[in-house]
Write a protein that binds this ligand. Structure first.
Ligand code: OFO
Length: 170
């Protein structure tokens, strides 16, 4: 496997692992605030990030590279509000998108078209995840300080959980 691409994907594995722990930390915060629907959504989102990480791990190993699992720093665990949670999530996803785009760019420069092809799934996934985070933030803006609106939001957000994925289909 091309060493530059192997290195870039190994760095991405670390980022996906961090995303998973970051959203797990958000889920735990939401659970402690009594926001059980939001917690469920964020636990599922954390699982999804783990699947992203596994997708990269398997890809590197199948291509003759060596996937590396490195330690990650502790994710933030204090949030000022639900808005703060989803603003942090969107900001984090924008960073991940940038990172995926940089790997796509390396693939083009290295003429590795099969990895480029593999990455298109992530390019689309990032579009979906950014749109979802923006949609949630728009809803939260509409709700403002309205407690009954927040109650409904916490019920409704469960409907946004995507179908569970398992390691078998990564
Ligand atoms: Fe939420 O992003 Fe992974 O790839």
């Amino acid at each position: 496997m091309n060493k530059k691409i192997e290195k870039a994907i190994n760095e991405q594995i670390l980022k996906e692992n961090f995303s998973s722990q970051f959203y797990l930390s958000m889920a735990s915060w939401a659970e402690n605030q009594g926001l059980s629907g939001t917690a469920k959504f964020l636990y599922a989102h954390s699982d999804e990030e783990r699947m992203h990480m596994l997708k990269f791990v398997k890809f590197v190993n199948e291509r003759g590279g060596v996937a590396q699992i490195s330690g990650i720093e502790q994710p933030p665990h204090k949030f000022k509000s639900l808005n703060h949670v989803f603003e942090s999530l969107l900001e984090h996803e924008l960073m991940v998108t940038q990172s995926i785009n940089e790997i796509v760019d390396i693939c083009l420069k290295e003429k590795d078209f099969s990895t480029h092809n593999f990455l298109q799934w992530f390019v689309n996934e990032q579009l979906e995840e950014e749109a979802l985070a923006r949609n949630i933030l728009d809803k939260l803006k509409l709700i403002g300080e309205d407690k009954s609106g927040l109650y409904m939001f916490d019920k409704d957000i469960e409907t946004l959980i995507s179908a569970p994925k398992t390691t078998e289909n990564v």
